[in-house]
Design a protein around this ligand. Sequence first.
Ligand SMILES: O=C(O)C1=C[C@@H](OP(=O)(O)O)[C@@H](O)[C@H](O)C1
Ligand SMILES: C=C(OP(=O)(O)O)C(=O)O
Length: 430
Amino acid sequence: MNTAIVTHSNGLKGTIQIPGDKSISHRAVMFGAIAEGTTTVEGFLPGEDCLSTIACFRKLGVSIEQQGEKVTIEGRGWEGLTEPREILDVGNSGTTTRLMLGILATRPFHSVVIGDDSIAKRPMARVTNPLREMGSIIDGRENGNYTPLSIRGGQTQGIAYQSKVASAQVKSAILLAGLQSSGVTSVSEPALSRDHTERMLEAYGVTVRREGLTVSVEGGQSLTAQHIVVPGDISSAAFFLVAAAIVPDSEITLEGVGLNPTRSGIIDVLENMGATMSIHNERLAGGEPLADITISTSMLKGIEIGGDLIPRLIDEIPIIAVLATQAEGKTVIRDAEELKVKETNRIDTVVSELKKLGATITATDDGMIIEGRKSLKGSAVSSFGDHRIGMAMAIAGLITDGDVSIDRSDAIAVSYPSFFEHIKSLQQNQ
Ligand SMILES: O=C(O)C1=C[C@@H](OP(=O)(O)O)[C@@H](O)[C@H](O)C1
Ligand SMILES: C=C(OP(=O)(O)O)C(=O)O
């Protein structure tokens, strides 16, 4: 466990290239593993979560070579996956757990899935129940709601599933199982969650039907190997968008930021709060839109955030809370109960750690209320092993009067191994 110390910044200047999108990197590897032929991935995120995905699929018999941001996957189709001799360890990654269960649900062999202490607390019934309904045999702690889980896939039938939560992990797990099930499988969700699975399956040659909030696939479909270019992760970019907006005398450019509309809620929030920001050089990579973003120190005002916007920025709420401490007036975040089942209960961890820095913030049942504009002070805080809490606290440390020390800062490598290097490079350009 290491502790990082962040000191006050006099301004951030310069340009950084945003590392690969975590959601897209996971999918590029998993879909390459079940596709026929050699898939190559460029711009892969070598974060711990995506490395867990590679490790699991190697144990499932797939040959995968990874060097930094380049990955080569030798897919031999669905049949190329073989019964693992060892336990599949997903580490800290919910995406690996849930999407891999969807793939294993139709494979005629037995696997055991475990992860770290955080994964052991995250609800899995949201995928194990529908996958059981489709015909796969799954058991696990508390009747299959928590790891360790065991799964024996086999002959499965398509279902029409109405999900209670707007979750791309639930949607993806069921659709992946549907690809090798009889008949049609459809998933309807209460609000649109990220659609990387739909986009990438299409790129791999699968027919995906989308109608409003329902996505469906027909069974018996195979995937064809591809070359995938991964755009930068907007969830990683969010930390630096907020840093530049709140640190006085800043102006930075973030290159190659993925701007998929199902992920770009943070841009709406910054615009509505009044941030000084411009989006340029818009382009496409692998069916996903991306652009460069320039942002500078901004006068911000508090806003209300809720409804359909929440799934479009769910992972950005910890850093949006930091942003709101520097906005004039009140910011209310509602409809975000899903925060309670992430790497930590992010309502509790954001509120407790920001209070230590002197923020006026109150937890609610489905979000939080932040009163700005507040000067923050240095303090010892913890990431609690949650990468996004660690990074949110580090960015807050750039504006505190006094140092912020962050316990368990090693968690940041889960999604952004070069985070502290990027902070340093923007400081050095002063
Ligand atoms: O599908 C994905 O890649 C993800 C979906 C989201 O989770 P849910 O599906 O639980 O909403 C998000 O919070 C997570 O970081 C990544
Ligand atoms: C919730 C997250 O990821 P996962 O669900 O894959 O652990 C995240 O990255 O914030």
